[in-house]
Write a new protein. Structure first.
Length: 499
């Protein structure tokens, strides 16, 4: 009998450790499934959709999420890392510390009425939620509250933190938040994004990016009377752009580079003494700094050639590629497969098909099944960037993508704005919240699984130590969207109040 004791003991412990977590998970998921809970968070998300606040101007959006978390007993730290709309909401104490990332900024110029399959601006030229960050901030909040309810009910130890992250669309906040030490002591981070599917991935993806404004100062003059006494700052911008466009041929194919000219003079008959050009410079982590130096040389060369001065180089954001943790993604995947897709109503399917028709895409409606976990791509598929890349290098992180966007809708476009409001979006955000809460509870209740996540990260970090691309003197550009929001916020408020 004696020799069977360890076996019996192990059997009891193994069964209890396996089922440990399950009842807590069920409790959180049941709470999230209640129709009034779906509706409450849906309405919060719809309100943020209506605010459509651009990066670093998300005053109402962040306040609404803070208020929701505060009511549930989370303690709040606001105005962090030099950004008034950045916050951390904390519940519980001690280890493990599980983080959930929340975003809430909109994009310029893509205003659209909700659930309308043709382009129809709510307010012409105004911002809109064309990336679903209204759903994501709310889903993160809902997941944290559901996790907290289970922690309270079952006396679970540990800490849950919501990282309110402004200005993701401009890739601004996370490198500053990392620099401010906000992720120190965090054991694992759950990121989320809207999608037309429900799934997760791991490995390296996206591109690193540096967002930088080059400003030139010249000498003004009468463009016809005495042009020889002037030195055009606009000439410097144009020469810089010519140089960078020639540079493209000799950059490795992983690069992306694009620019706009925010300042280029006011009238042709006045030689502009001030001009600036705003670049997004993108490449892999390994090639980023070399490419940045070469673009800088184009700016210096342009100043020399035009007889102007390169008066300011303002780096606003600098983010790494995303290095997502496989062990964490596998925990997420198991939860995603278990939770499954929401059931879509006929009306939701009809809207999806009408939008697909209007976009000349296959009219297949909403998907019925979650996606299988995505393996790392064998060849480079870069392109876009996300500033949570820096977080992935300081704490084990992976991303849950949750449904809410009609397949075929285009990102950063009115066709996505139109999806992100109302019942279809609410179901998506609720599904995402469930997957996040279930993952957080796994991490709180299964120390071995969490240890595996942390061990993988520790080994990876040795090969990829974190070195920020953000220059030490960079500060968040708080003014960047001020005038646009001052212009559109009252107009959008009026439209939303009429609904
Ligand atoms: Zn996004």
């Amino acid at each position: 009998m004696k020799k069977f004791m360890p076996f019996i003991l192990c059997a009891i412990l193994c069964i209890s450790s396996q089922s440990f977590g399950q009842k807590q998970k069920k409790y959180a998921l049941d709470w999230l499934s209640q129709p009034e809970v779906v509706e409450d968070f849906g309405e919060i998300s719809d309100q943020i959709w209506g605010f459509a606040e651009l990066g670093l101007r998300e005053f109402k959006s962040s306040a609404l999420l803070i208020e929701t978390l505060e009511k549930e007993g989370f303690s709040i730290e606001k105005d962090l890392a030099g950004m008034p709309t950045c916050f951390v909401a904390t519940y519980g104490s001690g280890e493990p510390v599980i983080g959930i990332l929340a975003e809430y900024d909109a994009l310029p110029m893509i205003s659209q009425t909700a659930r309308t399959p043709e382009q129809d601006a709510l307010v012409e030229g105004a911002p809109g939620h064309g990336c679903g960050h209204n759903l994501m901030g709310t889903a993160a909040t809902a997941a944290a509250i559901a996790t907290k309810k289970a922690m309270e009910e079952y006396g679970l130890k540990g800490t849950i933190k919501v990282f309110g992250s402004p200005a993701e669309e401009m890739l601004i906040s996370r490198p500053y938040m990392v620099r401010a030490g906000l992720f120190e002591g965090v054991d694992a981070v759950i990121n989320n994004h809207t999608s037309s599917s429900f799934g997760t991935r791991y490995g390296v993806s996206g591109n690193a990016m540096i967002s930088v404004i080059y400003s030139f100062t010249g000498k003004t003059a009468h463009s016809a009377g005495s042009p020889w006494s002037g030195r055009s700052a606009l000439d410097a911008v144009e020469l810089m752009n010519i140089s960078t466009n020639f540079l493209r041929e000799h950059l490795f194919y992983t690069h992306r580079m694009h620019y706009v000219i925010p300042e280029g003079g006011e009238a042709p008959n006045v030689v502009p003494d001030k001009a600036s050009v705003w670049y997004f410079i993108r490449n892999t982590d390994e090639r980023m700094e070399d490419m940045y130096d070469r673009v800088m040389n184009c700016a210096k060369g342009a100043a020399l050639a035009s007889g102007t001065e390169l008066s300011e180089v303002r780096v606003m954001a600098a983010a790494h590629q995303q290095h997502e943790n496989q062990s964490l993604a596998e925990i997420m995947d198991a939860n995603i497969q278990e939770i499954g897709m929401p059931e879509w109503t006929e009306e939701e399917q009809e809207f999806a098909k009408a939008l697909q028709k209007s976009l000349e895409k296959e009219e297949k409606g909403m998907p019925a099944e979650p996606e299988k976990i995505k393996l790392p791509a064998e060849t480079f598929v870069g392109g876009g960037s996300s500033d949570h890349g820096d977080v992935t290098l300081v704490a084990p992180t992976a991303t849950i993508v949750f449904p809410g966007v009609v397949p075929g809708a285009i990102g950063h476009h009115w066709s996505t704005v139109t999806c992100n409001y109302g019942s279809l979006a609410w179901k998506g955000l609720n599904t995402g919240a469930k997957a996040m809460a279930a993952t957080a509870i796994d991490l709180l209740t299964k120390p071995k699984d969490l240890q595996k996540v942390k061990d993988e990260f520790a080994a990876y970090s040795k090969e990829h130590p974190y070195k920020p691309f953000l220059p030490e003197d960079a500060v968040p550009p708080l003014d960047i969207n001020e005038s646009l929001m001052n212009k559109y916020a009252p107009l959008m408020e009026k439209m939303m109040n009429q609904r």
